[in-house]
Write a protein that binds this ligand. Structure first.
Ligand code: ZN
Length: 168
């Protein structure tokens, strides 16, 4: 039995009660979180429940074209009013340069690829969070009155610390 088979079996059990059926697609606490897919980050680390927020995850917690698309849908179609960006220390994207990462995967697979264009590797968590905030704040469809805040998550202490814009 593969893990996917186990998940399909678990879904059969879940569906007997289907507790989440009563929820609406609109996040109850009007929050959108963009963060890394890292296993050590969870709605539990943020004290959130399933219905509270949209959680958009990718490797790194990067404002990519697709993350932007999701955040715009989250606000304009589904009513979220605050955006939280979280990156973390010991992230997989801090271990190598773009070229090293590309070369490593190319050698594993024996072939090159045009996509993804970038892995969005980074060295400094705070700087990387600032870069993501800039991309969001510069977008004309992210209204200025929306709270857009960035945080670094420490996987050792379990604590978030807010990343302020330089000069503030
Ligand atoms: Zn990560």
């Amino acid at each position: 039995m593969t893990v996917i088979d186990e998940v399909v079996a678990a879904n059969q059990v879940y569906a007997r009660t289907h507790e989440l059926r009563k929820l609406t697609p609109r996040p109850e606490r009007k929050l959108a979180v963009l963060t890394c897919m890292d296993t050590r980050l969870s709605i539990r680390t943020l004290g959130l429940q399933t219905a509270d927020a949209h959680v958009i995850r990718n490797a790194g917690g990067i404002v990519t074209e697709d993350a932007l698309r999701s955040l715009i849908v989250s606000h304009h179609l589904l009513g979220t009013e605050e955006i939280m960006v979280i990156n973390h220390n010991d992230c997989g994207l801090m271990q190598a340069s773009e070229d090293e990462l590309r070369a490593r995967i190319q050698s594993r697979t024996g072939t090159s690829a045009d996509s993804p264009e970038l892995f969005h590797v980074f060295q400094n968590v705070e700087e990387n969070v600032r870069l993501q905030l800039q991309k969001l704040r510069a977008h004309p469809w992210i209204p200025k009155q929306i709270a857009v805040r960035g945080f670094a998550y420490d996987v050792t202490s379990g604590l978030l610390s807010e990343v302020k814009q330089k000069g503030l």
